[in-house]
Design a protein around this ligand. Structure first.
Ligand code: HEC
Length: 133
């Protein structure tokens, strides 16, 4: 696939991506996205991801969501590559929900406590639309 490994160059997306993220508590982990997988919800998620939420997800996860945003370049672990199915598809919706709301402990992924549930689910539909489902 021509993926680059190591080197830490900006613009190199890892797939599969090493993942040691803390698992969400059961009451989150088992949640299922209640929203329909519609073009409208995905577009709302895209706007939240790229524009409306501060700091933007794009800063770290990149404009394509492949984990290569400039602000995340020196982070360890690296921002998640949402385009990587091998890493993303085993992760349940409820896990993604918990990390977006509460952050990922001891990593660069910050909590977004002000987002409404509906907005987080829209973000998740957008993230899943990037090819990593
Ligand atoms: C300041 C940098 C930064 C910003 C801003 C950021 N993230 Fe992250 N994100 C990270 C890092 C670093 C990780 C990897 C954490 C890990 O490996 O546990 C991550 C991981 C994730 C994960 C993976 C959860 C898992 O269990 O694997 C999701 C989902 C996520 N981010 C969503 C978002 C969304 C949505 C936004 C915007 C609302 C956002 N992030 C903004 C840095 C960031």
């Amino acid at each position: 696939m021509g993926m680059h490994h190591g080197g830490g160059q900006a613009g190199s997306a890892l797939c599969p991506q090493p993942r040691q993220t803390v698992q969400a508590p059961d009451e989150f982990y088992n949640l299922v996205n209640p929203l329909g997988n519609t073009a409208d919800n995905i577009e709302k998620g895209r706007l939240l991801f790229s524009l409306d939420v501060q700091p933007t997800c794009v800063m770290c996860h990149g404009a394509q969501g492949d984990g290569t945003g400039g602000f995340g370049a020196d982070m360890s672990p690296k921002p998640r590559n949402f385009t990587c199915a091998e890493t993303m598809s085993p992760i349940p919706d409820g896990q993604l929900f918990w990390v977006i709301r509460n952050g990922s402990p001891d990593t660069g992924m910050p909590p977004f406590q002000d987002l409404r549930d509906e907005q987080i689910w829209q973000l998740i539909l957008y993230i899943r639309s990037l090819g990593g489902q």
